[in-house]
Design a protein around this ligand. Structure first.
Ligand code: ADP
Ligand code: C5P
Length: 244
């Protein structure tokens, strides 16, 4: 019985379907909460797996000439600042195991067409990271696991001031104006309300090693099934026959 069933060759398409869906993790949270740091820690611990990181920042709309002349009036923290349709079509490609070119965003020129674009290959694990990555229900529906990085607002502001003045070369007055005019209100109106969609809320971001360890353990458990099918390609025949 078992030998005969196992000897049957699965059709290519059925076999491909076996490891069809990549495991998609969403990571949201306020700006400078530690999202990128947490993603880097997860990727580092999953070094033996194929993992790709897709940033929502890559999908910022390009600004028109008119908007560029009054950039301090532009709200980069509003859901409409992102080209969500493009993000969805890129994710659709990756979910179907096709490589995709993702724009490089430049925070200095406010342009998303920095050449060359980043070629992203399909992977077993896809991490989607961004302040408003839980905002659109179609994007949320792609995710197998949702993480919200929860860091106090004063810590986020302090980090943002340092990052935007040192790394982005911005004026501290402009950083503070942008924070009170757009960043804080958008956090309260659009980002914080998406916390309820999270499966896991991580206090203190990258300082929370226990949370990152637990998340990585869970991902490994979920990937385990796929790994078995890679080692024993016929396993699915046995599985579907004997319901194990
Ligand atoms: P996000 O992706 O949410 O914007 P990042 O992970 O890029 O956040 O962190 C924002 C800034 O804060 C970066 O400059 C980073 O180096 C710094 N940072 C992040 N986590 C910590 C931490 N636990 N302790 C100190 N600095 C941190
Ligand atoms: O990486 P992080 O999640 O911090 O990036 C989001 C932040 O980047 C937003 O709060 C937004 O105000 C800021 N931003 C900016 N200038 C841009 C694009 C985004 O300050 N051109």
């Amino acid at each position: 019985g078992l030998q005969r069933v196992a000897a049957e060759q699965p059709s290519t398409s059925a076999h491909e379907n076996m490891h069809k869906q990549p495991f998609v993790i969403g990571v949201a949270g306020g700006a400078a909460s530690g999202k990128t740091t947490v993603c880097d820690m997860i990727i580092q611990q999953l070094h033996d797996q194929r993992v790709v990181l897709v940033n929502q920042d890559s999908f910022y709309h390009n600004l028109s000439e008119e908007e560029l002349t009054r950039v301090h009036e532009y709200n980069f923290d509003h859901p409409d600042a992102f080209d969500t349709e493009q993000l969805l079509s890129s994710m659709d490609m990756l979910k179907h195991w096709k490589a995709v070119d993702i724009p490089n965003y430049d925070f200095k020129s406010y342009k998303n067409n920095v050449f060359p674009a980043r070629r992203v290959n399909p992977s077993d694990v896809i991490i989607l990271e961004g302040i408003l990555i839980f905002h659109d229900p179609r994007v949320r529906d792609l995710m197998n696991m949702k993480i919200f990085v929860d860091t106090d607002a004063d810590v986020r502001l302090a980090r943002r001031i340092r990052r935007d003045t040192v790394e982005k070369g911005r004026d501290i007055g402009a950083v503070l104006d942008q924070y009170s005019k757009f960043v804080k209100p958008a956090f309260d109106d659009f980002i914080l309300p998406t916390k309820k969609y999270a499966d896991i809320i991580i206090p203190r971001g990258g300082d929370n090693h226990v949370a990152v360890d637990l998340i990585v353990q869970h991902i490994r458990t979920k990937l385990g099934q796929h790994d078995l099918c890679k080692i024993y390609p016929n396993l699915y025949v046995i599985q579907s026959t004997f319901q194990i």
